[in-house]
Ligand binder design. Structure first.
Ligand SMILES: [Zn+2]
Length: 626
């Protein structure tokens, strides 16, 4: 489509660039111009200038340069015609069309948008009318304020199947137009139309520019289907849109993450609590198109703040169904991953969805979920390792193959190679660790209280997942001494393989003994350490331990986290280690029992089998996949 130059000129003259830009970025006046931090590359001091007289913007940092149309295209990520359309509606100008057919199609489309807008307003009106009382109570019962309902233009579709049709007819729309956008249906054997949505709470679904293009209608109380969504029509394709999309770009520019959740109510609850980037698919699982749509919102690589993770967070319920959905979501995203487009995965506490979690504990309940979103590589690793045994060469081979199989799905060649390398490093570290367990080395020089068969954990360097676990456990011990009463026995029994961490653990245990469980804190431990050169090294380890370098792997270990959170985090790691140890013992007992089926060996075998089973039940919960 081409536009007459005179029209483009009029557009430019009607809208000052600074006015349009000010709605998107923070401008400050600088003489006859405006300046800002460039939205097109990452910078801390402004080198982006707007000159309204000359009608252009220029960045002295990255060379970005253009007029108002270019700015909107670039910033809002729109095509040229889309940018024109958006600016024209802002300026109150009609977009000239090339051919009569185009003109007609454009006019028709415009009428359909208008029909959707009027219908949204009418549904909203019904919600606050007498007939909508039940719906209003229903929404209030779900914790929504009137302000919140208005913000999302929630509405009510009355039971009477003719009301909407009568109203929209009086507004000048035809039943055929209503049929086109799925507002009404028509029985094949009857001449009249009837409303598609009846006696439902209505959620208008906006397109990327916020124009209503569809509705989701929810029954109040019981009834099927729980949600009824508009069918696809010329303005709406459910697989290519997300609920909350128009807000997501704004959220990104405010430094907030995109959070993909399951339902309308989840999005609303999140936005009401300040998470503007919440979006949800429309009654289906997340599609490739929807992922692409989200990635399209992200700024180009050179405009990104390198310290910030822009990747959308796929948020799943912590129950079995949620975990299965997470596996499917990851499988859908894998082929599409590149250096600039990836996702993270976050799990909600079991039995919660964002709506219920926020109601129960507000932002302080939700923020840890967001903060602990995991990278793809970790998710992939955890999903594959979950509930697997890794004792025999066959087990390990199967595990390795399963991982390689998953990575194959990544289409981006260089990323696939990097995933391969990372997986190889992790496998090496893991199997090295397992070897250590099998050898069960005797350890000299430990405190007498430590039996030599404590769970044996890490072996080498930073980034080793086992060293990380060891650090997390120790950080909980230091930051949450109130748990000593509960875990003291385990804290005495455990032994770490990393010498520096083990030394710190022993200092801590001595300190507990000396102070007879008086209140302890990290400062007390530092005092306990001060001394010779050996201690200096430990102090360095301690500094490293009590820092984000540790907490980044498990926020529950931080001193400012609740006891409950710390307890949960510790328990899950502890259970995994016990399980690993018992599995080794169990394999040995099994072998012994098969060679010599005596009563003693049978009891030993059965006892260990039961212990492994109990621990598996306890710790798998969220890991039970496939
Ligand atoms: Zn720039």
């Amino acid at each position: 489509m081409s536009f007459p130059p005179s029209f483009l000129e009029e557009l430019r003259s009607r809208l000052p660039l600074s006015e349009v830009a000010a709605k998107r970025i923070r401008l400050t006046r600088a003489g006859r111009e405006y300046k800002a931090c460039c939205p097109f590359h990452h910078e801390k001091t402004p080198s982006f200038y707007i000159n309204d007289d000359k009608r252009f913007y220029h960045c002295f940092g990255c060379g970005a340069h253009g007029d108002i149309i270019g700015f909107v295209m670039h910033y809002d990520r729109l095509s040229f015609p889309e940018a024109i359309e958006s600016l024209a509606s802002l300026a109150g100008l009609a977009v000239p069309q090339d051919t009569p057919q185009e003109r007609e199609r454009y006019d028709q489309e415009k009428r359909l948008y208008l029909l959707m807008e009027k219908t949204t307003a009418w549904f909203e009106e019904q919600l606050f009318a007498t007939s909508g009382r039940e719906a209003l109570h229903y929404l209030q019962g779900r914790g929504l304020t009137e302000e919140g309902m208005r913000r999302f233009h929630l509405g009510f579709a009355p039971q009477d199947a003719q009301l909407l049709i009568r109203r929209m007819t009086s507004e000048g729309f035809t039943p055929d137009e209503m049929l086109q956008v799925g507002l009404v249906k028509k029985a094949p054997d009857r001449p009249d139309h009837y409303s598609f949505f009846r006696n439902r709470v209505m959620f208008p679904v906006g397109d990327s520019r916020g124009r209503t293009v569809a509705f989701g209608g929810r029954v109040m109380g019981e009834g099927e289907p729980k949600y009824l969504n508009s069918p696809d029509h010329p303005l709406f394709h459910k697989g290519k849109l997300l609920y909350g999309l128009s807000r997501a770009r704004q959220a990104l520019s405010q430094g907030q993450p995109i959070i993909v959740v399951e339902g309308y109510m989840d999005v609303i609850a999140l936005v009401e609590n300040g998470y503007l980037g919440a979006v949800a698919p429309l009654g289906t699982a997340l599609t490739e198109d929807q992922l692409m749509l989200l990635w399209k919102l992200l700024p180009p690589l050179d405009a990104r703040d390198p310290s910030r993770d822009y990747s959308p967070i796929l948020c799943f319920d912590g129950d079995g169904a949620g975990l299965k959905a997470a596996v499917r979501g990851v499988a859908r995203a894998l082929p599409l991953l590149t250096a600039t487009q990836t996702v993270r995965v976050a799990y909600l506490p079991e039995g919660e969805d964002p709506d219920s979690l926020l109601k129960q504990s507000g932002k302080s309940g939700m923020q840890p979920v967001v903060d602990q979103a995991k990278n793809m590589i970790d998710v992939l690793w955890e999903q594959t390792i979950a509930s697997r045994r890794l004792q025999t060469p066959e087990d390990r081979s199967a595990f390795t193959q399963a991982l390689r199989e998953k990575i194959k799905a990544i289409r981006d060649e260089s990323l696939r190679r990097l995933y391969g390398e990372e997986i190889k490093n992790r496998l090496d570290a893991l199997f090295e660790r397992n070897k250590t367990v099998e050898r069960a080395p005797a350890k000299a020089g430990f405190s007498k209280r430590v039996p030599p068969s404590g769970p044996i954990i890490a072996r080498k360097g930073i980034g080793n997942p086992e060293r990380i676990k060891e650090k997390l456990m120790l950080a909980v011990m230091i930051n949450h001494p109130e748990l000593f009463g509960e875990f003291g026995e385990e804290w005495l029994r455990i032994s770490f393989v990393n010498a520096d961490l083990e030394a710190l653990r022993r200092h801590l245990v001595d300190l507990y003994a000396e102070t007879e469980h008086d209140p302890l804190d990290a400062a007390a431990l530092y005092r306990h350490l001060s001394g010779d050169a050996e201690q200096k090294k430990l102090e360095a380890s301690l500094n490293d331990l009590l820092s984000d370098r540790t907490y980044v792997y498990g926020l529950f270990a931080r001193p400012d986290r609740s006891t409950e959170e710390a307890r949960k985090g510790w328990k899950s790691i502890w259970n995994k280690h016990l399980l690993e140890r018992y599995q080794v013992d169990f394999e040995a007992a099994k072998k012994l029992y098969m060679e010599d089926p005596s009563d003693v060996n049978r009891v030993r075998f059965e006892t260990l089998r039961e212990q492994v089973r109990l621990l598996t039940d306890e710790s798998v919960g969220r890991d039970e996949l496939d």
